[in-house]
Design a protein. Structure first.
Length: 266
């Protein structure tokens, strides 16, 4: 019984010349799977479609992906399944091959145990010293180019922080090292636009689709006026923010019904 499939077959024998390894030429999505069911599947599929179109990468039919998810997740009542797509081997230097033969990797792993504690207790965010660069060609996509996030995670470890709130190079709020962020002020919910940097998460997409949220480019000061805030991604669900640096956020008010339902389900 395998927990990793390469192009639908058990094994890890991928070429060291794969463009995903050489240039980060590809993308991925990470799915929470519960009792064999991929959660927020329609949003993950929308991400796969958008990344495929914008990057010019072939993927696979949804039925194929669902079958492979089921195979790698069958040993787990609950797990994370990452689907990675690369452009495969070929081309010269940065120039991609005219007829790429891409690779698809589907892998199941455990969900970090502390995520459940975070959902109940909330987390403290510190402000990252490093910033995200702006690149509208790739903004929103979950590409294999994650070096910024790796360096941010290294900073988080050194500072022993739960997570870091990250600004972009124009000093606008973007995201945390692993999640999108929402906050409420004056009864209205807000979230960054991510039009120039950051990753547009599937939980974020679900919330924007079903709720009234104001999207824009906001300075850090906006969060210091927040009544409450939370971060979210496919594995975390919704996690309340209890502190932003030294600023304490109240948590006594309940989330809207639709958001509480998502919090319970994801």
């Amino acid at each position: 019984m395998t927990e990793l499939l390469l192009n639908g077959q058990p094994g890890t024998d991928i070429s060291c010349l794969d463009r995903g390894l050489q240039y980060g030429d590809g993308f991925f999505t990470t799915i929470r799977v519960s009792q064999g069911k991929p959660e927020l599947w329609s949003q993950h599929l929308a991400r796969i479609t958008e990344c495929s179109q914008r990057l010019g990468l072939e993927t696979a039919e949804p039925e194929v992906l669902l079958n492979e998810i089921s195979q790698v997740a069958q040993r787990h009542a609950e797990c994370a399944v990452r689907i990675t797509f690369t452009r495969g081997v070929g081309g010269f230097g940065y120039t991609p091959p005219e007829l790429p033969a891409g690779n698809r990797i589907v892998r199941a792993t455990k969900i970090p145990a502390h995520y459940a504690d975070w959902r109940k207790q909330g987390i403290r965010l510190q402000i990252a010293e490093q910033q995200l660069g702006q690149q509208p060609m790739l903004a929103g996509l979950k590409t294999l180019n994650r070096l910024e996030q790796v360096l941010l995670k290294k900073e988080q470890q050194q500072r022993a922080a739960d997570d870091l709130l990250v600004l972009d190079s124009k000093q606008k709020v973007c995201e945390t090292t692993v999640a999108n962020i929402f906050w409420q002020q004056g009864g209205q919910w807000f979230t960054p636009s991510l039009r120039l940097s950051g990753v547009a998460g599937v939980v974020r997409a679900e919330l924007l689709q079903n709720n009234e949220v104001t999207i824009g480019d906001y300075p850090l000061q906006s969060l210091y006026q927040a009544e409450r805030a939370f971060i979210c991604n496919a594995l975390l669900g919704l996690v309340p923010v209890t502190h932003l640096a030294d600023y304490e956020l109240p948590l006594q008010q309940p989330y809207p019904l639709q958001w509480r339902t998502l919090l319970e389900e994801v």
